[in-house]
Design a protein around this ligand. Structure first.
Ligand code: PIR
Ligand code: CA
Length: 311
């Protein structure tokens, strides 16, 4: 049985790969792509989503734009790694796919309410603003969603402060709502995604696949590599977001631990931290899962297989 997912994203180099994997893998039914401000402004990331859809021939998946600012903070974009457009490094086609005339929050709610219970999985790969807004607007979605598998946070690794990851610190209040909603939630954090490095053999393989899209992905990841080198000191860039989709396709790529996670809101030094309680002795069931490891070979093979199916 295929898994129906909504990808809520801010493309973004790695968001682009999450979209491609979700679109091309036969185990996944991508029912909608929604956008949220994060890596760049809402306008730019939405335009990027439409351009990417045009590139890969994804005409039938509805794309809707969501929130242009976090719940409390003002948006602070990540142009230091994603560039001025949010997805610098290659030429993408002008959008030929049309944007839906509905707000992302309403599209998310409609899809969840109009599908059978326990069939829709949410895959957020940006700030959690849209998802939190949807929970507040229609709380019934919480019990209808099958699960949430998101990219964000980390328990040892961070990239936006000493203790926080970008997607979470962009909108900590939204993250607080989403992590505490009560649905089954799996956090794919930096501890896992910093293992998903686009190393030289990955960059080479993308050229070998030699499709229009795989060559552009090579160019995108080469730009991402240079930015990650300059700003984060990495030799090769981590491709965070598609790990969520890969885990849904093949849960054996990532070990998880069933432990409590909460979001720090008030810490002077720790705002936006995902506080993971590994000392928790399971007395009552807890609904949060934390990714611990990555089978890199299986992960990259899923990416390659997807790209071979795309033009
Ligand atoms: C990646 C991101 C933001 C900032 C940096 N420095 C690197 C984006 C990615 O798209 C991913 O979803 C998440 N946020 C990783 O922190
Ligand atoms: Ca992202």
């Amino acid at each position: 049985m295929t898994k129906k997912i909504i990808l809520d994203c801010d493309p973004g180099h790695d968001d682009a790969l999450a979209m491609m994997l979700a679109y091309a893998n036969p185990e996944i039914d991508l029912v909608a792509v929604t956008t949220v401000a994060g890596n760049q402004t809402l306008k730019k990331v939405t335009n990027n989503a439409l351009s990417l859809a045009t590139l890969i021939g994804m005409n039938e998946v509805p794309i809707a734009a969501g929130c242009e600012n976090p719940l409390v903070n003002k948006i602070k974009v990540a142009d230091d790694v994603h560039g001025e457009s949010g997805i610098d490094g290659t030429d993408l086609p002008d959008p030929e796919v049309e944007l839906q005339d509905i707000h992302a929050v309403d599209l998310i709610i409609d899809i969840i309410m109009n599908n059978p219970e326990n069939t829709i999985t949410l895959v957020p790969t940006g700030a959690l603003t849209n998802i939190a807004m949807a929970v507040r607007k229609e709380p019934k979605i919480v019990n209808r969603v099958k699960e949430v598998v998101l990219m964000g946070g980390g328990y040892l690794e961070s990239n936006a402060s000493a203790v926080a990851e970008f997607n979470i610190i962009t909108d900590p209040e939204a993250a607080h709502i989403v992590f505490n909603a009560g649905w089954k939630l799996t956090m794919v954090g930096l501890d896992v995604t910093h293992k998903a490095l686009a190393t030289q053999d990955v960059l080479d393989e993308l050229l070998k696949i030699n499709t229009e899209t795989s060559v552009k992905v090579n160019e995108l990841l080469s730009f991402f590599q240079a930015m990650y080198k300059e700003n984060q000191g990495f030799d090769f860039p981590p491709v965070h977001d598609p790990v969520t989709v890969a885990y849904l396709i093949d849960p054996s790529i990532m070990e998880v631990k069933n432990v409590p996670v909460d979001i720090e809101l008030s810490g002077k030094l720790t705002r936006g931290m995902t506080v993971v309680d590994f000392s928790h002795v399971i007395k009552e069931k807890c609904n949060t899962y934390v990714g611990m490891s990555l089978d890199k070979e299986k992960f990259w093979n899923l990416i390659y297989d997807a790209l071979r199916k795309i033009r």
